[in-house]
Design a binder for this molecule. Structure first.
Ligand SMILES: [Zn+2]
Length: 421
């Protein structure tokens, strides 16, 4: 059986994209003229056709009056054409940013974003066009919504600010207000059994909906007269569903009106979901640290070693860790060196080292031949060993501490492991 489940985008993917956008927004064309190329190519698009179009653009660029600008456009186009290999755009498609920038070098960046590119765009400007990538940063987590009481249940899904109604179910459980009489107690017991059966049926429905059909990050449940709590405790609810329940709320309404009321009441809870997850992760780290279980590690060197050894289950990466490693080469002699930037302002760091003096020969100047972001180095290692990376924001106290006291890098381990250092 094969089922396609839309993967939820990880905190790492979003973090990485945000950093890339920040970085690319620094670039301007070398002469302030329109010679920086931005391209968005959706998945499945024919690269043959696109290469042909770019060759035509190359020809048209000979008409540009300012010769240095025309040459820069043509150089950028040649680089893009060479970078677009294969018959069609794979995966989520590709976005390309290329041109002669303020350092007078021709830079080329190709980014496969975390979700499919939905537009086809070629534009030449004095800066890169990043709007389409920017849109992907908008919250995409979705939440399952259940409003239930003895009379019926409603299911919906919340994504961003959009609510999709999924289904409504009537219970046909009679009301408890009987007319009295001898058989009243027996009737009430019967009604209770019917109500239980309805809740169980709805629990099974919840499992099917929110684990399979509409996989969600979290679930909120609302109801009247404690029905929501009774439902949340129903034994037929899958344990994975139980773990996703982020709140139960008492409501005055049922049906669609109940869903609206539930959204209002849970707004604060929802905005804190990621925050709570992050705090839990840091707490877990601190608990192991306090108890000295040996099941954690921290620091750049230690973490990388533990990752390489396959000992890391989860990497906690502070959102402020923003290092890059650059390969430098002298333009005159054979001197090469790799350097790691300090946190923040990797763009400034690059500007600083590009063209700096060679320590080996008298007139040599260093140039950057390769750059790798620390996030990429980490993700590659994590991917090889099945570790997950969780990006922890520094906007809350726990996250702030992770950055200040543990250099923003920690690992929850699969087994006790000690560094060889
Ligand atoms: Zn040199």
């Amino acid at each position: 059986m094969s089922r396609r489940i839309t993967p939820e985008r990880s905190s790492l993917q979003i973090h990485k994209l945000r950093k890339q956008i920040d970085y690319l927004s620094n670039f301007r064309s070398f002469n302030r003229a329109t010679c920086l190329v931005t391209m968005y190519i959706p998945p499945g698009a024919s690269l043959n056709e696109i290469r042909n179009t770019l060759r035509e653009e190359y020809g048209t660029a000979t008409n540009i009056k300012d010769k240095p600008t025309g040459k820069a456009v043509q150089d950028a186009l040649s680089r893009v054409i060479a970078a677009l290999t294969g018959p069609e755009a794979k995966g989520n498609g590709i976005s390309i940013f290329c041109g002669k920038v303020q350092t007078n070098k021709i830079e080329l960046f190709a980014i496969e974003p975390p979700e499919p590119i939905a537009i086809k765009l070629y534009v030449c400007d004095d800066h890169f066009h990043l709007d389409h990538l920017q849109e992907m940063l908008i919250e995409k987590d979705s939440y399952g919504i259940v409003v239930i009481d003895r009379s019926g249940a409603d299911f919906a899904q919340l994504r961003g600010s959009h609510v999709k109604m999924i289904s409504h179910h009537d219970s046909y459980v009679p009301s408890k207000h009987g007319r009295g009489g001898q058989s009243q107690a027996r009737i009430e017991r019967g009604i209770e059994i019917l109500a239980d059966e309805f809740f169980t049926k709805m629990a099974i429905n919840t499992n099917e909906l929110f684990l399979e059909k509409y996989p969600v990050t979290g679930i909120i449940i609302g109801g009247a007269a404690f029905a929501q709590e009774r439902f949340a405790e129903n034994k037929a609810l899958n344990y994975q569903i139980r773990e996703k329940i982020i709140g139960t709320f008492n409501l005055g309404y049922t049906g669609h009106q109940g869903i609206r009321e539930l959204l209002e009441k849970s707004a604060e809870t929802l905005s804190e979901v990621r925050l709570i997850q992050e705090k839990k992760l840091v707490d877990k780290f601190l608990e192991h640290l306090g108890k000295d279980t040996g099941l954690i590690t921290y620091g750049i060197t230690e973490l990388q070693e533990a990752l390489a050894a396959g000992a890391v289950e989860t990497v906690l990466l502070s959102s402020e860790v923003d290092r890059i490693e650059v390969e430098l080469k002298c333009q005159t002699c054979d001197f090469t060196e790799s350097r790691i930037s300090p946190d923040k302002n990797t763009f400034e760091f690059e500007e600083e080292v590009e063209g700096s003096d060679c320590p080996k020969c008298p007139n040599g100047r260093l140039t950057i031949t390769n750059r790798t972001s620390f996030i990429d180095i980490l993700s590659e290692k994590a991917l090889l060993t099945g570790a997950t990376i969780e990006v922890i924001s520094t906007e809350h106290e726990s996250g702030r501490m992770l950055f200040d006291a543990f250099s923003g890098l920690a690992g929850l381990l699969r087994y006790a492991w000690t560094s060889s250092y």
